[in-house]
Ligand binder design. Structure first.
Ligand SMILES: Nc1ncnc2c1ncn2[C@@H]1O[C@H](COP(=O)(O)OP(=O)(O)OP(=O)(O)O)[C@@H](O)[C@H]1O
Length: 587
């Protein structure tokens, strides 16, 4: 349609004619002229908020950006290569997160499709985001559905995202710079964006609710546990604390639902929740609906106060203890902690291996605390003389833990003296640490075997899945006030290689906490990453970094972009390497 015909059609709609447009489009055109005084012939430039305003918008939408990010990433993966761009706007229409193809950056900028652009109807005229904010429903605003001539090449499909109190929180928009003429060509986009918005609401509700019951609902038993349609959050008395949009539609229309008991709005009571838990087959977890239909329910019980590790059941039953606090659920660390807990009370000498800063000494201390030994001697092997060794050990009587840091640095005389000391003092239990592969430690073999009764390997930070937990815990413990990381700073840190491991992480966070103004550490507050350390050894072999591909992918939960950042390559290289290595993501 030419510009003149578009303007002429808007004129006819204003006079009350039906031109075959969707009614929400005609209504929006009328508002554009009559309420906002807009002129469709004028090609207004995109409305971009200032840097400072954008920071404010992003800050207020921080929780939503964090909840939406992985949903947006997976949606962007689904449409990759098809020229779609994804925008997440806040409830005011300002774009606070953005995914687009770098190849089209210029085109996207000139169409106003980038961070900070304001797509509210009163500024941008009829458009996907604006219409979605007004109608609070998913919409497609296709080509000349747009009010202003500047936007009639675009096709925008947008779905609303609601917070758990039922308020509009954000809009997820998927836009095309060039699209086929029929509007129906965007039906698939509509389905994708609506599904993504539903999942973001679900993720947000789950993240808010660790101490509450969550009842997830689905119309099909097959999808109940994997991709439910709706969810409600309940307190211990069964009162509704929050819900997703789809759940709200299942409740009666009359009056507010928040604070009411679940049995007043659905045919299920708090006492039924245990019967709807995962140990029952999905098809048995039926909830009769008042209209005669049925839904399937999945009740998730409140989490116990803080589960720090995903270890084995029996290990969990042994409870907290000094070792449990070493991991936030990383599977490798959980196994290590489990082994350490079993070995700690005995007298077997342990050799703790791992790159610099991974926490070997910290593990040694925790093992000592979980042991029966009373005395604790902690010695650095570099420069250690036989006299100093003898002197320090003389002072300790009774069962004593002797930590020998960096055993590879022990000189020959001290190694001989250590052998003699261990002969004389059977109550000394050694916990030796090393950055080297045990096979490369130069030390008399008899002594080596006396030190390495069992080898415990501490994983490097880049292989750990509890990086988020470590960051949050360090900030909480060491930074003054309530300092948090912005989503972009967190994403940047998640992508680093951490050659200095936890020690480096702590330093980076301390620097960032000191530099940031206010309570949020942003990207520019982070010091640059340091070069890989020569002590970082075999696990990340610089001759064959791809040998660690599968481990890195697992540590990144198969997030290709994050893995790409860790290797310092782009996503397509990672994909090629995955194919070459014949790896498959876990289901
Ligand atoms: N599990 C953990 N949780 C939190 N902080 C940790 C953990 N492990 C180590 N750290 C912190 O990381 C830093 C380095 O730890 P540690 O000195 O034990 O490393 P290391 O492997 O012995 O290093 P090196 O080999 O260079 O001596 C310390 O500040 C320690 O408190």
């Amino acid at each position: 349609m030419t510009d003149a015909r578009h303007v002429e059609e808007i004129g006819r709609v204003l006079e009350g004619s039906q031109t075959g447009r969707d009614s929400f489009v005609s209504a929006s055109w009328r508002r554009c002229v009559e309420l906002y005084g807009m002129d469709p012939t004028r090609a207004d430039p995109a409305h971009i908020v200032t840097e400072a305003e954008l920071r404010d918008h992003r800050k207020q939408a921080e929780w939503m950006i964090a909840a939406a990010r992985s949903g947006l990433q997976s949606l962007f993966r689904q449409v990759a290569g098809q020229n779609y761009v994804l925008l997440l706007t806040d409830a005011k229409g300002v774009c606070v997160d953005f995914f687009g193809d770098d190849l089209f950056t210029e085109d996207l900028r000139s169409a106003g499709l980038y961070l900070g652009s304001n797509w509210s109807e009163e500024l941008a005229g009829t458009c996907g985001v604006g219409a979605c904010i007004v109608t609070q429903e998913p919409v497609t605003v296709h080509q000349d559905d747009h009010f202003g001539n500047a936007h009639t090449v675009l096709s925008c499909t947008a779905a609303p995202i609601f917070d758990s109190l039922g308020q509009l929180a954000a809009v997820l928009d998927i836009s095309l710079l060039r699209s086929p003429t029929p509007k129906t060509s965007q039906n698939l986009a509509m389905s994708l964006v609506s599904t993504a918005a539903r999942r973001v609401e679900m993720a947000n509700l789950m993240a808010e609710s660790p101490r509450d019951w969550v009842l997830r609902l689905s119309s099909s038993p097959e999808f109940l546990d994997v991709d439910p349609e709706a969810a409600v959050r309940l307190d211990g008395a069964g009162r509704v604390l929050g819900y997703t949009r789809a759940a709200r539609r299942l409740f009666p229309d009359t009056g507010p639902v928040l604070g009411r008991r679940i049995d007043e709005v659905l045919s299920v009571s708090v006492d039924d929740l245990p019967d709807l838990m995962r140990d029952r087959p999905t098809e048995e977890r039926v909830i009769e609906m008042r209209d005669g239909g049925a839904l399937f329910g999945h009740a998730i019980a409140p989490k116990a106060p803080r589960l720090t590790r995903a270890g084995r059941g029996d290990a969990l039953q042994r409870g907290g203890g000094p070792l449990a606090g070493l991991t936030g659920g990383d599977p490798q660390m959980a196994r290590l902690v489990d082994q350490a807990e079993r070995l700690a009370p005995g007298t077997v000498p342990l050799l703790i291996t791992g790159e610099t800063g991974t926490g070997k000494t910290r593990l040694a201390r925790a093992i000592h605390m979980a042991s029966k030994a009373q005395g604790f001697i902690n010695l650095e092997c570099a420069g250690l003389t036989p006299e100093r060794l003898a002197q320090d050990c003389l002072d300790a009587a009774g069962p004593t833990t002797l930590v020998l840091r960096r055993i590879e640095e022990l000189n020959e005389q001290t190694a001989i003296a250590l052998g003699g000391l261990l002969d004389r003092r059977p109550d000394l239990r050694t916990l030796a640490t090393t950055c080297l592969d045990p096979a490369r430690i130069v030390c008399p073999r008899p002594l080596f075997h006396r030190l390495a009764g069992c080898v415990l390997n501490v994983p490097p930070l880049r292989m750990r899945r509890d990086l988020d937990w470590l960051m949050t815990r360090h900030l909480r413990r060491h930074a003054a006030d309530e300092i948090r990381l912005s989503p972009s700073a967190r994403a940047e840190l998640q992508g680093r290689l951490w050659p200095g491991n936890i020690r480096e992480l702590e330093q980076v966070l301390d620097v960032a906490a000191a530099l940031c103004v206010g309570a949020v550490i942003d990207l520019h507050d982070l010091p640059s990453p340091i070069e890989p350390d020569t002590c970082s050894e075999d696990a990340y072999d610089s001759d064959d970094p791809w040998g660690a591909l599968e481990q890195v992918l697992e540590a990144c939960e198969w997030n290709m972009s994050r893995a790409a950042r860790r290797f310092g390559v782009n996503r397509s290289t990672i994909l090629r390497r995955i194919r070459k290595a014949g790896l498959r993501p876990p289901h």
